[in-house]
Design a protein around this ligand. Sequence first.
Ligand code: IPE
Ligand code: IPE
Ligand code: MG
Length: 249
Amino acid sequence: MFKSKARSVRLQIPEGMPVPQHVAVIMDGNGRWATVRGLPRMAGHHAGMGAMRDVIRAADDVGVKFLTMYAFSTENWKRPRQEIQYLWQLLEEFFLRDIKELIERNVVIRFIGDTTHLPLASQKTIERAKEMTCSNTGMVVQFALNYGSRLEIVEAIKAIAKRVESGELSPDDIDDSVLSSHLSTAGIPDPDLLIRTSGDQRISNFLLWQIAYAELYFCDKLWPEFHREDFLAALESYGRRERRFGGLK
Ligand code: IPE
Ligand code: IPE
Ligand code: MG
């Protein structure tokens, strides 16, 4: 069922255009989307869940292999308790409702960030989602929950320092692949394309190490109004760019 849909959608990206292997998304603007409509911020988060569903489907349909969605940062704990609680509730709702489709799509679900600080029910939900999809072989979707890139890098450095202290590793052996292998994204290729919605052009502590050579795509649309066609527009923009990685054409 999904296969035939995949073929028709794939036609929306020009033939031969390179599809990024890994797309990372900063889903921003839920609160503003609600505020301009006179709604509580929670309504924006709820609508944002629909956009997330759309983007996951579109990414899978066009053949993206890895998709990383920034859902909650280590700095988002500064928000009102009620808003935070609602976000965890939404997360549970999302997995309850969408897990079946994600399994059918052969999606592998992963999480990055320190999920031990989430409410127990949310931790159980995400464990279940991980377990239920761990033997799948399709697109990998990573949800960044209580994720902060600086914290991730600090933790990696601590782990490397311990290995040096124990004599297992020499300081001269430390290179970028050693650091990469101690991050929560170990084994996942770096993002080729980073999308941020809502008009703000900043990274907000997301994958700082991993996006060294990512193409950046900023979009004015607020996250709840970012749908399949907007995602495909981002992919088309990516497809037209020339990546040089410091070399020459
Ligand atoms: C992104 O939307 C979702 C999260 C950070 C959880 P925001 O909630 O940041 O929305 P704005 O930026 O306030 O509009
Ligand atoms: C980034 O959005 C985090 C997520 C989308 C989860 P924020 O809304 O938290 O970022 P700032 O505060 O505008 O930088
Ligand atoms: Mg925001």
